[in-house]
Each structure stands twice: as C-alpha cells, then as structure tokens.
Design a protein around this ligand. Sequence first.
Ligand code: SAH
Length: 224
Amino acid sequence: MVNFAAMRRYDDSYKQKGLRKQLVDTLRQKGITDENVLAAINNIPRHYFLDTAFEGIAYEDRAFPIGEGQTISQPYTVAYQTQLLEVKPFEKVLEIGTGSAYQACVLGELKANLFTIERQKKLFDQVKQFPFKSRYPTIRFFYGDGYEGLPTFAPFDKVLITAAAPQTPPKLLQQMKIGGKMVVPVGGSEIQRMIRITKTGDNDYEQETFDNFSFVPMLSGKRS
Ligand code: SAH
C-alpha cells in the first residue's frame, strides 16, 4: 500500500529549497566560510529529520526536540563543528551522538568514512528506518557508549563529539591517529567551550579553544 503521509514527508519542495538557501545565507552572515560545509547544508532536507509538527520551521537556525529528551543541533552549531573538523574525502571519522543523524549526513555529504555511535536504543532504531540514509553508503551506525569509542575500527583521522563532555574522553584520545583532530564541547551542564585537539604524538596533544555553546550532556552507558 502506498503511504501518502510518508511520501509527503519526503517531498522536498521549491519552498523548502528556498528556505534552505536562506538558511545557508544566514550561516554565511554568522561567519561560516567553508564552502563545502555550506553546500552540504544546502543539499540536505533538514525537514526530513524532524517531526512533521516542525516542518514549517525546519529551516530556522534553531535546535529542535527529536524525542527521548534529545535535540537536533542548531544548523549554525553543526556548521561550526564541521568547519573546525576540516574533513577531507574518505577520512575515517568517529561521531559521538548520532541523534537525528543530521550531522552524520553533513559528514556523509563531505564523503567522510563515518562511524557514528548513539547510546539511546530508540533513537538508534529510529535512524535505521530512515530512507535518506541509503544516499550515504559511507556511514555506519552503532548502538553503544561513545565514551568507549570503537577500538575495533580505530585509529580515526577525526573525532566529533556532539554532546557536552565534562572533559575530553581519554579512550577517544587514544583512538585518534597522530595528526588527527577532535572537536568537542567541554564543560558543565549550562555552557561549554568548543575545543579542538590535535594529536601531535602518542601522548602529546595541542589544544585550541573557540566559542561557547550549549549541548545536551554526554552520558555514560547505553540506554535501552
Ligand atoms: N548529532 C545529533 C545531535 C545530537 S544531540 C544530530 O545531528 O541530530 C546529542 C546526542 O548524543 C543524543 O542523541 C544523545 O543521546 C547522544 N549521547 C549522549 N551521550 C552519549 C554517549 N556516551 N554515547 C553515544 N551517544 C551519546
């Protein structure tokens, strides 16, 4: 049977494409300069990742709830983190906090060889049903605790954490290649500082600090 509701949901209209262009202009005005990141955001129908109730406002530069008390990040935040990550095609990237998979698809547009982990089973299952996913064959989805990383697939060129970490997770630092970079919001529950860490030797790291953001917390353990 044809599911008309679903068909409407995955319809990308001229209006939505136009709103998306405006969103890209807004991100440019806010200081995003990486044209590959802006093109990725322009290519991805963000309304696919949201409950239909938010469809009309999907292209506002805001975070929205995605269930289980979690949020899809604000597009500016997604663009900011992705720009700092400096992803090159076919690099091995580890993302912590799949959530809606919007950020994962941005990395997919940049042709990252992406491994993304989500600790909440319901969100993990939700994303598995997502038809848009077939467009990004280089993304692999995992249910687990991001604090553990994915030792089997390590080392990674890049690590992106999309939840607020109280400090940089030591196991994830170990799973980086030398020369690799990690982008992570570090701090308490209210506000965090965006940090970029470059691994310069087996146990040597350089740290750069950027703007303040507010993320949902990175929690330990899986949740069924
Ligand atoms: N990148 C997401 C936004 C995620 S919000 C998007 O584009 O939609 C942060 C996500 O991190 C939530 O889904 C939360 O469940 C998940 N999370 C928090 N702690 C985690 C952990 N230890 N391991 C894996 N995922 C975690």
